[in-house]
Design a protein around this ligand. Structure first.
Ligand code: GLC
Ligand code: CA
Length: 568
């Protein structure tokens, strides 16, 4: 197995709009991030993944880019960015940029040209089709953010494809000029000294030539068979690798929703010359009752099965990302743990152990290290997210479901749960802004905030800090082989990691030695009897989320208790 820094790293995702506001306009910005770099250094993370900071009309909070080489005015200037990069590097922190190139904004100059006429030189930068007739789009595909995936454009009387919102037209990657423009832009950022790319919905860049109606699920036809992992996606990524990525010491992670383990071995194979790792969603998906919407937890046995399949099938062949949440998911502790006051901290720590002991590169989403929770939304007017707003309209206000049925699903799954401001301290607006925040601060900020937790050695924050430090000492956390135990248990997630000395040095963790971990995590609010495997009786405890001893064969595991035993 290849040993590299990006396998050993811990990544911290910043959603700039909600991280830290430096000038009181209620919107997080680059100077705000700079002012919190020491906090991140203290936490111990290696890499920041910066959600988009480019110029954007913000239909989808920066995932609709109108200029890839300019900074969004609300976030600051290119000088601020250069300062952020330099100051992060001074602290040994790398910066990975979000690369959103499946689509642009409809306000990007390429699109403004493209829509002007059928023979415009930018026409083929996007995907234009005739409608079936004057009022019917080319096919029945639905967009991810609701409605048809096609938008009629009056100027030329044709439709353009947008797999996300109307303001996010899909680029035509089959056009070699589009690919070259993207590669040139990436080279420009690499030459600036950035450390990698997180590639937004990169598995969707290649579409089939014919675009038939999709099978109707929910409200519209499904585009996935024609647009996700399309015919040329690997060819285009190999071309990107050859022309750009291979020339720099950077890390790349592809957001690849719907990928199978088999496909992941191609996207992020040790020797396939595409990307370093995938960021896939199988463990956080498949629970939806209405599209992605649900109010129910994923059963532990299902979760374990999915995670274990990824652990086993990629081992030694490809690399995966590890995460419970991000800016598109609800808060980890509310979804997979238990955010009731008695269990919030203990279950947040349990989730941290469970994830950081698996194989892959761990991602921490801002505030996860504090155990931040979902937001108690009161009404549909509280949402800012285009997906949530459109879903409420489509499923409920104008659709088949009653408010009573759909509302709990929105509370449980809305992306805005993750987008409320970072809770820095117990002052007004949680120290995020001196003005009015663009989205409300969670009212629990007085109890849950960074200031209190950095001062309390028993906090969720310090627990994450400890896990990150352990990763630097224990190659088994990075390179050890995974094995699931007690797979039928609905209460406990138990697994081992085993490392054998292969004589090859690892960049950060030193040379590999033979060592083994037993990881035990309770995912429930009751006690569970548990018998230690013989080989771990008497093994020392590396880390645990409760004051306890584990030196007897028969244990009673407390609600959300988690511990790791270590054996040479
Ligand atoms: C990705 C992003 C998400 C965005 C979408 C469209 O899934 O993570 O936030 O809305 O792509 O760019
Ligand atoms: Ca600001």
């Amino acid at each position: 197995m290849i040993k590299t820094w990006w396998k050993e790293a811990v990544i911290y995702q910043i959603y700039p709009r909600s991280f830290m506001d430096s000038n009181g306009d209620g919107i997080g910005d680059l100077q705000g991030i700079i002012s919190r770099l020491d906090y991140l250094k203290y936490l111990g993370i290696d890499v920041i993944w910066l959600s988009p900071i480019y110029q954007s009309p913000n239909d989808d909070n920066g995932y609709d880019i109108s200029d890839y080489q300019a900074v969004m005015k609300e976030f600051g200037t290119m000088d601020d960015f250069d300062e952020l990069l330099a100051k992060a590097h001074e602290r040994g922190i790398r910066i990975v940029m979000d690369l959103v190139v499946n689509h642009t904004s409809d306000e990007h100059k390429w699109f403004m040209e493209s829509r002007k006429s059928k023979d415009n030189e930018y026409r083929d930068y996007y995907i234009w089709r005739e409608g079936k007739d004057a009022n019917t789009p080319p096919n029945n595909w639905g967009a991810c953010f609701g409605g048809s995936a096609w938008q009629y454009d009056e100027i030329t009387g044709m439709y353009y494809l947008h797999l996300f919102s109307r303001k996010q037209p899909d680029l035509n990657w089959d056009n070699p000029k589009v690919r070259q423009e993207v590669f040139d832009m990436m080279t420009w950022w690499c030459d600036k000294g950035i450390d990698g790319f997180r590639m937004d919905v990169i598995s969707m860049i290649s579409k089939t030539a014919d675009m038939p109606d999709g099978e109707v699920h929910d409200l519209y036809g499904d585009f996935a068979p024609y647009c996700v992992h399309g015919p040329n996606v690997h060819r285009y990524l190999q071309e990107m690798n050859e022309k750009v990525l291979s020339k720099y010491d950077i890390m790349t992670v592809g957001e690849t929703a719907g990928v199978t383990t088999q496909q992941a071995k191609q996207y992020a194979g040790e020797d396939t010359r595409e990307l370093n790792m995938v960021f896939q969603f199988e463990h956080v998906e498949g629970d939806g009752k209405y599209g992605k919407w649900t109010d129910e937890k994923i059963p532990l046995t299902t979760l374990k099965k999915t995670l274990s399949r990824w652990q086993n099938e990629l081992y030694g062949k490809a690399w995966n990302s590890l995460f419970w949440d991000n800016h598109d998911q609800p808060r980890a502790v509310s979804r997979f743990g238990d955010d009731r006051p008695a269990y919030r901290e203990v279950s947040a720590k349990m989730l941290a152990i469970c994830l950081h002991m698996l194989q892959g590169t761990p991602y921490i989403y801002q505030g996860e290290e504090l155990g931040m929770t979902n937001y108690p939304f009161k009404s549909p007017d509280d949402f800012r997210d285009i997906e949530s707003i459109n879903a409420y309209r489509e499923w409920c206000a104008e659709g088949p479901l009653s408010h009573e049925v759909f509302w709990p699903c929105m509370l449980f799954k809305s992306r805005d749960n993750a987008r409320t401001p970072m809770q820095w301290d117990d002052s007004l607006q949680a120290g995020f802004t001196s003005g009015t925040p663009w989205i409300a601060v969670n009212p629990n900020y007085k109890e849950i905030n960074a200031d209190a937790q950095t001062k309390d050695s028993d906090s969720v924050f310090h627990f994450y800090k400890k896990l990150i430090a352990l990763r630097k000492e224990l190659p088994v956390m990075v390179y050890g082989k995974y094995e699931l135990l007690f797979e039928e248990s609905e209460a406990l997630f138990v697994y081992t990691r085993t490392l054998e000395d292969d004589g090859q040095p690892a960049p950060q963790t030193g040379s590999l030695k033979s060592e083994k971990l037993l990881v035990v995590c309770s995912f429930c609010d009751h006690e569970t009897d548990f018998t230690l495997p013989d080989e771990f009786i008497g093994a020392p405890c590396l880390i645990s989320n409760l004051e306890n001893t584990y030196d007897r064969p028969n244990l009673t595991v407390k609600p959300y208790e988690a511990f790791v035993l270590y054996k040479k």
